[in-house]
Design a protein around this ligand. Structure first.
Ligand SMILES: Nc1ncnc2c1ncn2[C@@H]1O[C@H](COP(=O)(O)OP(=O)(O)OP(=O)(O)O)[C@@H](O)[C@H]1O
Length: 309
């Protein structure tokens, strides 16, 4: 493991691991995510998403390795905390406080809290200031939590499953508000989500976690540009698949559909085969179905002994 202090990176992890008892929740995590990205962290239940976010916030300490934020600040340090905002799962707020008192409390607890910005956002959202937080809808509560986090004027905003309890409309409004903040302030956002259908629209960097390990971490454009669906005669499929890094293999009586990670000259499909682009949702689902498949130094690999791809 090498020490890391690279400028220009929103999130860096090196040899990062977290063990609870005898179970590794996260292991051997290497990340170097540039600033200014909206980073989606996806993975099945128990993959280690919350653990990674908590490590990045300094809410828990690593068992192995290290994690840094915003150009090399140690996660959880005073310098990091003043530049990183956090919205916990289910927008943890005090239900008996009014919205106005919630803003007042956040103002008292956070130096540099922009109270007028918070009031402006709440007014724009039409959320009643006098209403108790516990009486707000899930969508309104999420927006209040986002407002508090943005009023800290963070450079990196970390959100743990912000969309989990929201209906599709509230989800859309929440992501629109987040995107507006990203555009306005140029901040980086790291958010975990199970809603893979919306990733392509709102994210520009993707981290896929399974079983505590990073399967894939890359710019969304690069992920999309290095995966292809090759379609061709099923009679040739075994021969073709033997030479290619195949992530998913589906066949009918006539045709084979090989989802391939393909870079450089390999991006050309074999003679007589057709290559088409694959959407991000389909790609992410293919990785999640093969939890032991990782992209390491650009190539598909199995992380442990197991079935062939
Ligand atoms: N405080 C803890 N004590 C013991 N085990 C824990 C603790 N926190 C998490 N774990 C375990 O670590 C693993 C990863 O959990 P984590 O909450 O990070 O996953 P997740 O990807 O966020 O899951 P979900 O999508 O269900 O929220 C799981 O096996 C979980 O049971």
């Amino acid at each position: 493991m090498t020490a890391i202090t690279e400028p220009g990176l929103a999130l860096q992890a090196s040899g990062l691991g977290k063990r609870y008892g005898s179970t590794w929740a996260l292991r051997d995590v290497e990340l170097a995510v540039p600033e200014g990205r909206v980073i989606a962290l996806v993975g099945p239940n128990g993959a280690g998403k919350t653990t990674l976010l908590h490590l990045a916030m300094g809410l828990t300490v690593p068992t192995a390795g290290e994690v840094r934020v915003q150009g090399g600040l140690a996660a959880g340090s005073l310098a990091a905390l003043s530049t990183v905002g956090f919205v916990a799962q289910d927008a943890a707020l005090y239900p008996n406080l009014s919205v106005a008192d919630t803003i007042h409390l956040a103002h008292n607890l956070n130096t540099g809290f922009d109270v007028s910005r918070a009031h402006e956002r709440i007014a724009e959202l039409d959320v009643p200031l006098g209403c108790k937080v516990g009486k707000l809808s899930g969508g309104q509560r999420a927006q209040v939590a986002l407002t508090l986090a943005l009023a800290k004027r963070p450079r990196l905003l970390i959100l743990d499953e912000p969309l989990s309890s929201l209906d599709p409309l509230a989800r859309h409004d929440f992501m629109a508000a987040l995107m507006a903040a990203v555009a306005e302030d140029g901040i980086s956002v790291l958010y975990s989500s199970h809603v893979v259908s919306e990733l392509e629209r709102v994210s520009d960097y993707l981290v896929v976690l399974s079983g505590g390990r990073v399967q894939l971490a890359d710019e969304v454009d690069d992920v999309l540009g290095t995966h292809w669906l090759y379609t061709g005669p099923v009679a040739e499929a075994d021969r073709i698949a033997a030479d290619l890094p195949v992530l998913r293999d589906r066949r009918t009586d006539v045709l084979a559909y090989l989802l391939v990670r393909s870079t450089g000259p390999q991006a050309q499909p074999p003679h007589g085969w057709e290559a088409t682009r694959v959407g991000l949702e389909e790609l992410v689902l293919a990785y999640l179905r093969k939890p032991r498949t990782t992209v390491t130094h650009g190539a598909l690999e199995l992380t442990a002994k197991g079935t062939a791809l």
